[in-house]
Design a protein around this ligand. Structure first.
Ligand SMILES: Cc1ncc(COP(=O)(O)O)c(C=O)c1O
Length: 394
């Protein structure tokens, strides 16, 4: 739902004309974005990468997560969250979401074992997780927290930006996100060690650009998920647009939420209505039939709506690599097979998060868009009222 236009074209043109497309040349587009993004989120460090997946991977590696660790992820998230855990060599443990469609702190506590090292709360569809409870749990059990803010770029929770609550966080700037470079991502942290290690994970030469100390811990073999100056240029322009877009969506969501409530609908749990992204308005229904009736009526009125259960690889029942225990391209590297994980392996099944399936089948999400004008919001309100009448009756 990003906006993109002439400003981005001009900025990318400048990069092409300068011939400086490598981030470590004099151009500085990536470095500028990293500085500004860290300031925007309110953290010390940000590193651009090629995707949200590699950003999460870097955050995990940065914090020292690897074989022998279990990491708790929610049942409702794009499967990349769980696969990033596997890429780091650790074992994902899947926990239920609650009526906020984000990680249930209650279920997280139930699934903590002596091998649990980290929790990844995912701020799905722009909705913040219950960070107060999750951070309290993390402190109680001495766990690390990596926020997956891939779908909540620019959003906040109780007055602070998402990404500054945990020990690190990952963001995506892919085609579908609040700001976009087509593909892209980045991780943030306040922890210098996590930043340096995570930087090596995504740029194998990161340490050698500036090896002024002999640090053995930073001379492991990293990958190359290095961002380029075109992405940096796009994101520098995109960032200027972000707050206004989110303000518009948030206020439209609040207006349409009132319409739904007056029409007798029940809202999903919103953990921070005033600071979230506002990209999705959600309602709950007594059963799946009522939810589908509501959703179908909205779509018939050209209002974009969906059941979270229906969204591609975003529900654990569709995470095939995990359910098939295919954790890597080679068995000797596969976290499900290596000796270091023998004690912390878990069994997965299609019904391991039954409460989540019930919730995801009874909720309907309505997409907001920053360019929706007053007339369009009026049409949406009318469609919500009519669809609510039918759903309540069904
Ligand atoms: C919740 C969540 N986590 C992680 C990712 C991975 O991001 P990317 O596609 O940029 O790798 C996505 C992308 O859609 C996502 O929605």
């Amino acid at each position: 739902m990003y906006r993109m236009g002439e400003a981005e074209v001009r900025r990318v043109r400048k990069v092409i004309q300068s011939g400086r497309m490598f981030r470590y040349s004099e151009g500085g587009e990536c470095a500028t974005f990293e500085r500004d993004w860290a300031a925007h989120v309110g953290v010390k460090y940000a590193r651009l990468t090629t995707s949200g997946t590699t950003a999460l991977y870097a955050a995990l590696v940065g914090l020292g997560i690897g074989p022998g660790c279990q990491v708790i992820v929610p049942s409702y998230t794009y499967m990349a969250t769980a696969l990033a855990v596997l890429a780091a060599g650790a074992i994902p443990v899947v926990a239920d979401v609650d009526e906020s469609l984000t990680l249930s702190p209650k279920d997280v506590e139930r699934r903590i074992t002596r091998y649990t090292k980290a929790i990844i709360p995912v701020h799905m569809v722009g909705l913040p997780s219950d960070m107060d409870k999750i951070m309290r749990l993390a402190r109680k059990h001495q766990l690390l927290v990596v926020e997956d803010a891939c779908q909540a770029v620019g959003g906040g929770y109780k007055g602070k930006k998402l990404g500054r609550f945990g020990h690190a966080a990952g963001f995506s700037f892919n085609f579908f996100k609040n700001i976009s470079a087509g593909e892209g991502g980045g991780f943030v942290t306040n922890d210098e060690q996590a930043f340096l290690r995570g930087s090596v994970a995504v740029d194998c030469c990161a340490y050698y650009w500036n090896p002024d100390e002999k640090r053995a811990d930073l001379q492991f073999a990293g990958h190359n998920f290095r961002a380029n100056e075109f992405s940096g240029a796009l994101l520098n322009e995109q960032l200027k647009r972000l707050d206004d877009m989110l303000d518009r969506m948030r206020s439209a969501k609040q207006e349409l939420l009132e319409v739904g409530l007056e029409a007798g609908l029940r809202s999903i749990k919103n953990n921070s209505l005033e600071y979230e992204c506002g990209s999705h308005l959600g309602f709950y229904f007594k059963n799946e039939k009522a939810a589908r009736t509501f959703c179908d009526r909205l779509k018939a009125q050209k209002v974009s709506a969906f059941l979270p259960m229906d969204t591609g690889r975003h529900v654990y029942t569709r995470w095939d690599p995990l359910l098939r225990y295919q954790g890597a391209h080679h068995p000797a590297l596969d976290p499900f097979k290596i000796e270091a994980n023998r004690k912390c392996r878990v069994e997965y099944s299609l019904d391991m998060c039954q409460d989540s399936l019930d919730i995801l089948n009874r909720a309907v999400l309505i997409g907001m868009h920053p360019d929706n004008k007053r007339a369009r919001l009026g049409q949406m309100a009318k469609a919500i009222r009519a669809a609510a009448k039918e759903a309540v009756r069904s």
